[in-house]
Design a protein around this ligand. Sequence first.
Ligand code: FAD
Ligand code: 2HG
Ligand code: ZN
Length: 483
Amino acid sequence: YGSMAGLVKRNPAFSELNAEDIRYFEGILGEKNVIQDDERLMTANTDWMRKYKGSSKLMLLPKSTEEVSQILKYCNSRCLAVVPQGGNTGLVGGSVPVFDEVIINLSSMNNIISFDKVSGILVCEAGCILENLIAFLDNEGFIMPLDLGAKGSCQIGGNISTNAGGLRLLRYGSLHGTVLGLEAVLANGNVLDILGTLRKDNTGYDLKHLFIGSEGSLGIVTKVSILTPPKLSSVNVAFLACKDYDSCQRLLQDAKRKLGEILSAFEFLDSQAMDLVLHHLEGVRNPLPPSRHNFYLLIETTGSDESNDKQKLEAFLLRSLENGLISDGVLAQDINQASSFWRIREGIPEALLKAGAVYKYDLSIPVEKMYNLVEEMQDRLGNVAKTVAYGHLGDGNLHLNVSSPQYDDKILAQIEPFVYEWTSKYRGSISAEHGLGLMKANEILYSKSVETVQLMASIKKLLDPREILNPYKVLPQSLISAC
Ligand code: FAD
Ligand code: 2HG
Ligand code: ZN
């Protein structure tokens, strides 16, 4: 598998599931929402990369906050460990059990509760699939403030629990800004109602932030209130080629200045990422005339003045061609062409999966240093594995993937701890947007001080004293005490 599950030991303080537990859950949820079927369990036990695999014998599908509360209250009293699960698209082994933890999947809690057209505030249940929310809002003339390649499966509760970044963060900011409130069920079953719909509320500590990005380790998010921007009429997408990384950086600086308020995405991929997509994804082709380019950029603008916005982008592209920052480029002529450009960028994780084994690193690094790491990594790996680099350049977020036909400990030893040490040296983050999960629970000290991690552990202890919520994830094993 190439995962770290083998390095963790089951906490013996956790109880094992028995027939009486099953009867209790069937009593509160109804038989059809208590899943013991092998095939469904196999899917729920396995992560998107097929790299992390648990052996849970039970998945529960609650339909209401009250049911989540009853489940947790019971699990806490029995010391049964649980894994909150959304769309199971997480990339750090956080959404599947490590051992026999009970899976609590939120997919049946998928109702939209309210939408206020004046303020743009959407309130919904945590199990709503992101793409369904996007479609609902489109009908109302609004958009979600976040978008990501996994939108067809990921849930808003999962997005919030991972503090997902994605393709629009550059324009609309992180979920810490756009989530206005939420409802969460604590380990002991208590329901915390902080489902505010206010832009401004300074009455004491803003506790919703604890649940944004805590990866199911502090509570189960059941409802969400989120601020959505209006859908603007003019969206333009350009796909560009650059000869070197320095040009990509300079273009980013120019784009921020010259495109200003209409800039809505600035994504990059290197030639290895492009080759992979063209090779593995059906129907995807390079929109630029055949020629070898080292880097590609996808720039999107979103505004309200069709002719002005387009003119602005065209003038920017022309200038960039003239001053040599881009070596080629194409502007999408219609919505289908725009989607085909996005398909190239969003399809990279899928193409990597098809190529074989993949080691994923999701790093925040100062933009000017970012590609040095990729080059140093490729030098270390020689020809035993390939680096594939892409990401949200506009946010300083590099997705460094190492691709090889099979998982191999020798390759892993070339990558880690080098990648974490390098990131730490530049005061970067070893998890820009995917979280720590199981993969990086023991690596947190590369990005956070001992005092900070100790405070996190105290907060965990306060909210989940028996540590039943998503054990072995997020915080180092050494801080996880027995129940
Ligand atoms: P899951 O994978 O089910 O769970 C993720 C974590 O959240 C787990 O720790 C789980 O325990 C916890 N969790 C889930 N639901 C709840 C809940 N209701 N309450 C409490 N805890 C919960 N991520 C980005 O940030 N940016 C991207 O651009 C991006 N692109 C992606 C593209 C692809 C193709 C794929 C496969 C993944 C991508 N991801 C990206 C990662 C992933 O999609 C996100 O982390 C997403 O937010 C996870 O949502 P989910 O519903 O699938 O959660
Ligand atoms: C993306 O931006 C996702 O495409 C996935 O965050 C990144 O697969 C990855 O490394
Ligand atoms: Zn990403």
